[in-house]
Each structure stands twice: as structure tokens, then as C-alpha cells.
Design a protein around this ligand. Sequence first.
Ligand code: XMP
Length: 530
Amino acid sequence: MQSTRPHQLVAVLDFGAQYGQLIARRVRDLHVYSEIVPCDISAEELRAMYPSAIILSGGPASTCAEDAPDMDADIFNLGLPILGLCYGQQIMAKKLGGKVGYTDKGEYGPATLHRTDGNSRLLADTPGEQTVWMSHRDVVEEVPEGFTITSTTVSCPVASMENRERGFYATQFHPEVRHTQYGMVMLKHFLFDICHLQASWTMTNLIDEKVQEIKSQVGNSKVILALSGGVDSAVTAALVHRAVGDQLTCVFINHGMLRKGEPEMVEEVFRKQFKMPLIHVHAEERYAELLKGVTDPEQKRRLIGTQFWKEFFAVAQKLDGVEYLAQGTIYPDIIESGARKTGGKASTIKSHHNLIPFPKGTHFDLVEPLDHFFKDEVRQLGIALGLPAGMVWRQPFPGPGLAIRIIGEVTQEKLAILKEADAIVREELDAYNEKLFEETGERNSEHSCWQYFAVLPDIKSVGVMGDERTYQRPIIVRAVESSDAMTADWAKLPFDIVGRISSRIVDEVDGINRVVYDVTPKPPATIEWE
Ligand code: XMP
């Protein structure tokens, strides 16, 4: 197969795997470009992407279930090497005439693998006995014709199988998970010894490739982008600007509920450093008016979100000839919106997850260069594009901003207090994280804080300052450890740091006489208070 793409592609068919995101990631870590595609992509659509190899991911369903995710069996006739993992092994077995059945008890976690075939190409250079990571209930009971069983475990008669002649390999275990001792050795065998791919893909290649893609998509048209100050929109802006220069206009809607220093950072980076056309919309007063008297969290969110798009389209419609809207959608956004289930090829996914409320009669085509990437890859890309570390490593921040960290009505006075207190929390915990980074070399190490901020509740309490009684507000400090925000634990911060944050807030922020620390995990709480 011939491709116009300068790099070889490994397509990962996604059956909804818990570890699915890791597969494409691991392949990219080995310097081969990889993208995830929906499992029900047709053989024709897949052929049109000119992949060099295919990986079938794991998935939570049972291949024996009636509504089990299916795949086009013609994909096995494309003449490409295929690696099936977990569910991927089972569907490979089924489609090619083997048999899959239920077991009474599944196999979850570490398992001891026994190699049964010294000639296995996938397991070459690995010992006869080794630890692998399992997560399954069903097993392959009979392998299809032409396949050899290459390993077993106590509970799994076919822990791996291969048909060397046709280039089909499969494992019931997960080589992409670190707990599988020789997982990376196996992936390397598949990519380099079996598929003969080249380890030539890098972040710089990615930038060049994406720049070319954006250029050919956009041509001479104009592009608009809503800049939030977050990592994804910032990296998208830098990338699109590298591709089409001043054809891109960034619109920054300042709703007045950003953290201290953020609007200034956006100005500094995009207007001064990158010299991008930037429209800074000062919507602070309109938002203040809009939120008067509003106390319900959901209503706050709704009003802020709706107003955001009103502000944005008011600007967009005034600019002449804008045909494209660039967005920092990343792969997990697509997953979260449930679009993956809709199937079809990548372009179909986009239209499904697009929830932008375009005003009547308005239409922009979307440019979404990050839609196959994960957050940490987007960060690497940002660094490679020259964005400052402070922006690239910025912690998650909700769209409605500080409004959902002020319990009750949002007022200018409360906003001013919260901005100051939040700046202290961030300053102290940025330094704490930086110290951990120096010690461990990892940005999100075991005890580093993933997200940390201040919350201003709608209560007052009695205190004493000097000889005076005070009756003022408290600040709640929230700091969590997490990797994906789905679950989180409160950060076990050293007491001296908690103490310093408390003293600084009470000393430096007018109107605060007490500081409390939120020690609730998610679940049962959420990370944000509203
Ligand atoms: P919760 O509070 O649900 O938050 O545990 C999970 C993660 O999502 C962030 N968050 C938001 N992000 N718009 C966003 O872009 C929002 O409306 C929003 N609400 C919550 C939150 O900061 C945390 O990282």
C-alpha cells in the first residue's frame, strides 16, 4: 500500500478498552505513529488510511454477548499484520473460525505466563515463565486453523496465539500495561521484527505533519479560535498559527472570573511572544450583570456557557470571510461525549461530538488538530511549539471559572477575595510540586497535587485579630491527587505547608479570618464545590 503520509501508521481499532488509550500511546513512545479508530470502521475506510499494521484493542464487553462490538471481517483480508489484545484476541479467534467461551472465574491482575512454543515471534527473547497483566472472563477455547498456541496460564488455555504465515498475532494479556514484564519487548517485536516498521516518528514530525494537514484543509481561508488560556486551546492556537499565520484570529473572552494573572499571561504569550492577531473581549461587566442574584450552581454554569458563545459569535460574525473554527478537542473529549459509540470514520466522530451552539444561519467548518492525542502528548507538543511551561503545565480549570468556586451569589468583592487567596494556594503548591519534580523527575508523581485551588463559601465565622473580634469569611483549600479527574483523593500535604498557606491567607487577604482544608475524596465529593 502507498500513502502520501510521510510516516507509517499503526491503526488501533478501539473496542472500548480500559487500557485502549495506552496502546496508541505506547506505539508512539516507540516512535511509530499510531491513531485510534472506531472498531466498526469498514475495511475500505481503513484501507483508505494506508495503515502499515493494525492492532485490535481490548474492551469491556464479552464477545459472546449479543450486542458485542463487532468488526468488519474483511479487515483480515487487507494483507496487513494484525495484533489482537484481550478482546482483540477473542474477536480475531471468532472471525477466523476459532471458538470463544465463558469461564466461571475470570483472571484479573498479575498472572504467570508459561511459554509453550519456542518459535513464537511475538514472545521471542522473553523467558519461559514471566508475569503478565490479565483482565478477562472469556477465553479462546479453540484457535482458528493455521494458529499455534504460544503460551498459557493456569486459568487461560490460550494466553497467546499466532499465525506466522498470515502475520496475525494475539495475546489474552495486556502487553501495553507496565505490569506485563516483557510487554514492551513484545510490542517492539510486533512493530519492528514482524511489521518491519521504522522508528522514525517524533514530536517534530508531528508538528510538520499537522502543519501540512491544517494548510491543506484551510487553504487561504480565515480561521477563528476561542482562546481560554487552557493548554488545549493554547496548543491549538500555536499549531494553527504556525500553519496559516495571520489567517488565524484568536478571540479571548474575559469573563472576569479567571485566576489572578491569567488574562495578562494570555496577552503576553499570544500578542507579544507569538504576535498573533488577538481580540481581547472585555466582557467582565456583562457577566457581572448576568450573574446578579444567581445562586444555583447549574444556573450559573448555564448562563456563563451561553453568554460565552454569544460573545464569541458576536465577534466572529463581524470578521469578514471566516470559514473555519479551530478547537482544542482532544481524544478524551471525544470519548467523554460518547461519540465513539456512533462509529464510522474519524470525520464522522467530529460532527457528533461538536456541541457548539452555532447561531441560526452561521456555519464554520472545524479544525481540530489534537483530536487523536492525550493531554500529556498535547503538553509535549506545546513545549515543542515554544509555549511557556507555566501555560503548558497549567492545571485543569473549569470553563465557568471562579464563579463555581464562590458558593452563592458572585459579587466583585467576593471575586477579589478569592483571586488573592487562590493565588497564594497556587504559589505555595506550585513550589511544593516543583520540589517533588526535582526529587522524582516526574511531573505527576505519587504525592504531587494534581489540582489545587481556593473556594469561598457563603458563611461567616467569629475570630479574633489583635484584640478585635472579627466576623468574616473562611477560605476552603482544596488540593487533590488524581490522574484523570474521574476519581481523586485529597492531597496528604505536609502540615508545614498547610500551615503556611493558612497563615499567608489570613495575613494577606482582607476579609478572611479562617482557613479550612477539604479532606474528602471523589467520590463521594466532586473536585469542584459546585
Ligand atoms: P468535578 O468537580 O466534577 O470535576 O470532580 C472534574 C474535573 O473537571 C473540571 N471541571 C470542568 N472543566 N468545564 C471544564 O472545562 C466545567 O464546567 C467544569 N466543571 C468541572 C474540574 O476542575 C475537575 O478538574
